[in-house]
Write a protein that binds this ligand. Structure first.
Ligand SMILES: Nc1ncnc2c1ncn2[C@@H]1O[C@H](COP(=O)(O)OP(=O)(O)O)[C@@H](O)[C@H]1O
Ligand SMILES: [Mg+2]
Length: 395
C-alpha cells in the first residue's frame, strides 16, 4: 500500500514535487525586498491544485532575513462558525507575525513579549493595555473593541520590525490563504483597501493573496480589478494542475510502487485532470501488485471515488441545505442565469442572492457573462457520480 498524507504535511520537502518554475518566480518577486522594493502578489487556482503546499514550501525556503506569516481565512471563518470579522483576521495576522518574530528574530525578544501580552488581552476583549503606550512607536489599541487602532497596529508592525532591525531583517512576507472568504465581511472593499493603503507606503512587506477561485471571480476583481483595491498593480498568476508529463514523472519518481502500462497512465491523467490532490488520494487507494491498464484505472477510480474525493465530501457536508440545492440545480443544468435559478429552485430572490454570494466566496461557483456555474471540477465530478449510482444527490 502507498501512503501519501492528504493535508499539507509537516515534512514538506519529503512530499513536495517540482513546481520549480513557480518557486523561482515567487522568490524573484520576494527578493526585491532586499532592495526595499515590495511586490504584492495574487495567486489563484482551483481547490486541490497545490497553492497552499506551494506557498508553505516557499515560506520554508526563504532566507532568515525574511520573516513570514501565514493565515488561512477559511480556517478563521470555520472557527467563527461563519461569522467572520475583521477583528479576528487582524488578531490572527498579528499572532502569526509575532510567532515568526519570536522564532527568528531574537533581537526583538522584548517586542515579541509585549505583543504577546497584547494579543492575549485583545483575545479577552480587554483593550485597556497599560504598558508604555506604544510598541516600536506604533500606538497600541487601548479602547475596548477599538478595531481601527488594532488594524493600524497590525498593518504597521511588519514594516516597523524591518525598520528597527538595523538591516538584520529585510522583509516580511504575509500570506492570506483562501482570501476570497474576505467577501463574507460586511465591507470587504474597505478591508482590502486597508491593505492597499498601507502596502503602498511599505517597502519591505509583501502580501501574497491566494485563494481557491478562478482568475476572474468577483473577489479577484475587488482585490485587483481596474476598480479594485489594488487596481491591477498586483502581480497576478494562476497555478495550473500538473501537466501530463509532470504527472507521469511524479508517479515514476515518487510513487514507483504503482505500475501502469502506457494507456493506463494516460487514463489516470484523464481521471485526475492533473490535480495533485486527486493524484495523491487516488494513489492512496491503489495496489502495488497490479499493473494498471486503462480499464483497471477507470474501474478503480469509480469504485473508490468516495475515498478519492474525501476532501470534497467534507466540503459538501459543511454546506447548508440551500447551498447544496443551488449547486445541484446548477449541475443539472450545466449553467444558469439568475432568473433561471429562481425558476428552478424553490427559494426566494433574497435567499438565492445570499447563498450565491456565499458560494462564490467559498470558491465553489463562479459567474461568467451572467451565467452561474460550479467551478470546482472535483466536486461536480463526485456529485454526478453519486447521482448516477444512487439516483439522487447525497444529502
Ligand atoms: N507540488 C506538490 N507535490 C506533491 N503533492 C502536492 C503538490 N501540490 C499539492 N499536492 C497535494 O495536493 C494536496 C492539495 O494541495 P493544496 O496545496 O492543499 O491545494 P490548494 O491549496 O490549491 O487547495 C496536498 O495536500 C498534497 O497532497
Ligand atoms: Mg489551500
Amino acid at each position: 500500500m502507498v501512503f501519501i498524507p492528504l493535508g499539507v504535511p509537516n515534512d514538506i520537502d519529503k512530499y513536495f514535487y517540482n513546481r520549480e518554475k513557480e518557486l523561482v518566480k515567487l522568490k524573484s518577486f520576494i527578493n526585491t525586498l532586499n532592495h526595499d522594493v515590495s511586490n504584492q502578489i495574487l495567486l489563484t487556482g482551483f481547490r486541490g491544485v497545490g497553492k497552499s503546499f506551494l506557498l508553505k514550501k516557499l515560506i520554508n525556503s526563504l532566507p532568515n532575513n525574511i520573516l513570514t506569516a501565514y493565515v488561512d481565512v477559511s480556517n478563521i471563518y470555520a472557527l467563527q462558525k461563519g461569522n467572520l470579522t475583521e477583528e479576528e483576521i487582524m488578531n490572527r495576522l498579528l499572532e502569526e507575525m509575532n510567532k515568526s518574530i519570536g522564532n527568528h528574530a531574537p533581537i526583538f525578544k522584548n517586542t515579541y513579549n509585549s505583543v504577546k501580552k497584547l494579543i492575549s488581552k485583545i483575545k479577552n476583549h480587554d483593550y485597556d493595555f497599560n504598558e508604555a503606550g506604544s510598541i516600536l512607536s506604533i500606538p497600541i489599541p487601548q479602547v475596548k473593541d477599538n478595531y481601527q487602532k488594532l488594524s493600524q497596529f497590525v498593518m504597521e508592525y511588519p514594516q516597523k520590525i524591518v525598520d528597527s532591525s538595523n538591516g538584520k531583517i529585510k522583509g516580511f512576507v504575509i500570506v492570506l490563504d483562501e482570501f476570497q472568504f474576505i467577501g463574507e465581511l460586511k465591507s470587504p472593499e474597505s478591508f482590502l483597501w486597508l491593505f492597499r493603503s498601507y502596502s503602498q507606503k511599505q517597502d519591505n512587506v509583501t502580501y501574497i493573496f491566494t485563494g481557491s477561485t478562478s482568475a476572474t471571480s468577483d473577489m479577484v476583481d475587488k482585490l485587483n480589478g481596474i476598480n479594485g483595491a489594488f487596481g491591477n498593480r498586483m502581480i497576478q498568476f494562476n497555478l495550473d494542475p500538473f501537466t501530463e508529463e509532470d504527472c507521469e514523472n511524479y508517479l515514476k519518481e515518487r510513487i514507483s510502487e504503482i505500475k501502469f502500462n502506457k494507456t493506463g497512465l494516460k487514463r489516470f491523467y484523464k481521471c485526475t485532470h492533473g490535480y495533485p490532490a486527486y493524484i495523491n488520494s487516488f494513489c492512496n487507494i491503489m495496489s502495488d501488485n497490479v499493473i494498471y491498464g486503462e480499464n483497471k484505472v477507470v474501474e478503480e477510480f469509480y469504485n473508490k471515488l468516495d475515498q478519492i474525493a474525501v476532501k470534497w465530501i467534507t466540503l459538501w457536508s459543511s454546506l447548508s441545505k440551500q447551498e447544496k440545492e443551488i449547486i445541484t440545480t446548477l449541475i443539472d443544468n450545466d449553467q444558469l442565469k439568475w432568473k433561471g435559478l429562481i425558476e428552478k429552485t424553490s427559494f426566494s430572490e433574497g435567499t438565492i442572492t445570499k447563498n450565491l454570494k456565499k458560494l462564490k466566496n467559498k470558491g465553489i461557483i463562479s459567474n461568467n457573462n451572467s451565467f452561474y456555474k460550479v467551478d470546482d471540477y472535483m466536486l461536480s465530478a463526485w456529485l454526478k457520480h453519486r447521482k448516477n449510482e444512487d439516483l439522487f444527490y447525497p444529502p
